[in-house]
Design a protein around this ligand. Structure first.
Ligand SMILES: NC(=O)c1ccc[n+]([C@@H]2O[C@H](COP(=O)([O-])OP(=O)(O)OC[C@H]3O[C@@H](n4cnc5c(N)ncnc54)[C@H](O)[C@@H]3O)[C@@H](O)[C@H]2O)c1
Length: 303
């Protein structure tokens, strides 16, 4: 999709991070925007900022893991702006720790938001886009699903997150194949960022009450939380830059969108291990001291 002015963008996770930066670019491009997020006050205030700057924008509070909420988002979008042209299925949350220590609620929360949120977006919006395309040869649309580098490689103590992001990549690749069977007017991409400073490290703070355990985090969960926040906050590529990559990819109709193309060697190594039937390699190969420290911390020893 090359033209954006006057067209409509629907963005989930729009109150913060990539979603907010994509909304800002969409506003500069002259798009009408639906900013959807679980954090209602935050999305209202960010919407007000863009509206004050002249954008035609609407806030929508939802939980993307709930089918009915995403259906209500679609209804509200169509009522206000018509069938959208850009869907950014982007809302996501993080939680780490040794994989057997994820609680049932951890799994439900992560799968609900990171996977079912994307699945609901695809399920609800794709048919109306295809219908609009069939009715109008000038109509075009692009769906961008946010996965992660954690959808292309696996990392210790990121089990549930990696599972959801691998699933989001698989869903997106299948969407790409399926769209190609039926249309050349609706396209899709998958965004696979590495560590980028956003709010993802603190998503536990607004976790829904019914999906919270109230349990004291285990040692591994503490360590994963601290390490995750440090890695995200230390990222050197900004969310605004990644948002620009999303628009570049739509313009070029490019499927895979990376924030850190230079680290793709880690994906190649994983693929080679799979192809050659080798056991998964040492994730701390480049920084062995990290592995030593982590093992010591998990086993209650000094590093
Ligand atoms: N920042 C990174 O380093 C990084 C790396 C790889 C992938 N990602 C992915 O990028 C996406 C965007 O995250 P971000 O990094 O901008 O973080 P962020 O926390 O700044 O933004 C995520 C937004 O999603 C919203 N959200 C969470 N649960 C929701 C729900 N159930 N329904 C609706 N909205 C919900 C949050 O309120 C928040 O505004 C996520 O899918 C995340 O997994 C981030």
């Amino acid at each position: 999709m090359r033209a954006f002015v006057g067209r409509t963008a629907v963005i989930t996770g729009a109150a913060s991070g990539f979603g907010l930066e994509v909304a800002r670019i969409a506003a500069r491009e002259g798009m009408k925007i639906v900013m959807a997020d679980w954090q209602g006050d935050l999305v209202e205030s960010e919407t007000a900022v863009l509206r004050d700057a002249g954008a035609d924008v609407m806030a929508f509070r939802l939980d993307v893991s709930k089918a009915a909420d995403v259906e209500a988002l679609a209804d509200a979008t169509v009522r206000r702006f018509g069938v959208p042209h850009f869907l950014f299925n982007n809302a996501g949350v993080g939680s780490g720790g040794l994989v057997w220590e994820h609680s049932v609620k951890d799994w439900e929360w992560l799968i609900g938001v990171n996977l079912m949120g994307v699945a609901h977006g695809v399920r609800v919006f794709t048919p109306m886009m295809l219908k609009a395309a069939a009715a109008d040869p000038a109509y075009e649309a692009h769906i961008v699903n946010t996965a992660s580098m954690a959808g292309l490689v696996t990392a210790p103590m990121q089990g549930a997150y990696c599972v959801t992001k691998h699933a989001a990549v698989a869903l997106s690749e299948t969407l790409y194949q399926d769209l190609a069977l039926v249309t050349d007017q609706v396209h899709c991409s998958v965004l696979c960022p590495y560590f980028v400073p956003t709010g993802i490290g603190i998503s536990q703070r607004y976790r829904p009450v019914d999906l919270s355990d109230g349990a004291t985090p285990t040692t591994s969960q503490h360590i994963a939380q601290e390490a995750g926040e440090k890695a995200v906050n230390g990222g050197r590529v900004s969310a605004a830059t990644v948002a620009q990559f999303v628009f570049d990819a739509m313009r070029e109709n490019r499927f895979y969108v990376y924030s850190h193309p230079k680290i793709m060697g880690v994906v190649r190594r994983r693929m080679e291990e799979i192809v050659h039937g080798q056991n998964p390699g040492d994730p701390f190969r480049l920084r062995p001291s990290m592995g030593v420290e982590l093992r010591a911390a998990l086993n209650g020893r000094r590093g």
